[in-house]
Design a protein around this ligand. Structure first.
Ligand SMILES: NC(=O)c1ccc[n+]([C@@H]2O[C@H](COP(=O)([O-])OP(=O)(O)OC[C@H]3O[C@@H](n4cnc5c(N)ncnc54)[C@H](O)[C@@H]3O)[C@@H](O)[C@H]2O)c1
Length: 254
């Protein structure tokens, strides 16, 4: 399918993981793609897309990346705000500067990206922000990240409300546990990985491409009536808080 033929798309955080997967899928579906990231080496590994080195926490750099996109391809139809990371530290003992750094990147980065992208977009365009399941579920040692991701979810609704007048839709995806360099420390086959996976109905971490598919749906014409909402994409993780009653309902035969 070439659902993005004749469309121009920008992806922040496009040098790695989920952003790279979204970029690759956009290229495969016919879009003209600009990947934006601070990681020049990672950008160099991506194929079929233009790249811009820029920091999403710097307003002028984000504005410049959007301007380069419009200069090169004449328009901007779809934007995916994926760049993000976390510095860990507990509320009491963590470093205050790490807290500020994480919120600045995760929340203000999405705000700045949305602001400059929307200014360049025509009616019929769409933005997808990557939040996290941690918008709904706390992450021990990462209150900055979880709070900022919750902020991204609400920011997305607010942006959808305000950008309605411009005919721009804005939606969020809340990924669960996805196998990328960001989560490599959790996914090393050790006890923490097992603990995570027993809570996921799919019983495995997701692949970045399993976020790319829903992201392209939300920014595409099939989602023309979807606006201001969040899509949890977590293999059924959020629904597993209740104890597993299968042994009660289906006792092992004697
Ligand atoms: N992997 C998961 O399980 C998971 C789950 C929920 C949400 N997320 C979110 O998905 C997004 C992508 O994560 P990922 O797992 O693909 O991680 P990743 O580390 O593979 O990719 C993140 C990318 O963002 C870029 N980046 C970081 N700071 C930047 C900045 N200031 N300006 C521009 N680019 C910057 C990095 O260079 C990197 O290429 C993040 O927002 C993350 O919080 C990931």
């Amino acid at each position: 399918m070439k659902r993005y033929r004749d469309k121009v798309a920008l992806v922040t955080g496009g040098a790695s993981g989920i952003g790279a997967a979204i970029g690759a899928r956009l290229v495969a579906e016919g879009a003209s793609v600009v990947l934006v990231d601070i990681d020049e080496v990672g950008l160099g590994r991506q194929q079929g897309a233009e790249t811009v080195v820029a920091d999403v926490t710097d307003s002028a750099q984000v504005q410049g990346a959007v301007a380069r996109t419009v200069e090169r391809f004449g328009r901007l139809d779809a934007a995916f705000n994926v760049a993000g990371s976390a510095r860990f530290g507990t509320v009491v003992d963590g470093d205050e500067e790490d807290w500020r750094w994480t919120v600045d990147l995760v929340l203000r980065g999405v705000y700045l990206s949305t602001r400059h992208e929307a200014r360049a977009m025509a009616p019929g365009s769409a933005i997808v922000n990557i939040s996290s399941l941690n918008a709904h579920v706390p992450l021990y040692g990462a209150s900055s990240y979880a709070a900022a991701k919750a902020g991204v979810e609400m920011f997305t609704k607010n942006a959808a409300l305000e950008l309605g007048d411009r005919g721009i839709r804005v939606n969020a995806i809340l990924p669960g546990l996805i196998r990328t360099p960001l989560t490599a420390g959790f996914l090393d086959g050790g006890p923490i990985e097992k603990d995570f996976v027993t809570r996921i109905v799919a019983a495995r971490a997701g692949d970045p491409d399993e976020i790319a598919g829903p992201a392209l749906f939300l920014a595409g014409d099939d989602a023309s009536y979807v606006n201001g909402t969040s899509l949890v994409v977590d293999g059924g993780w959020e629904i597993t808080n209740y104890p597993d009653l299968r042994p009660l309902l289906h006792p092992p035969s004697p």
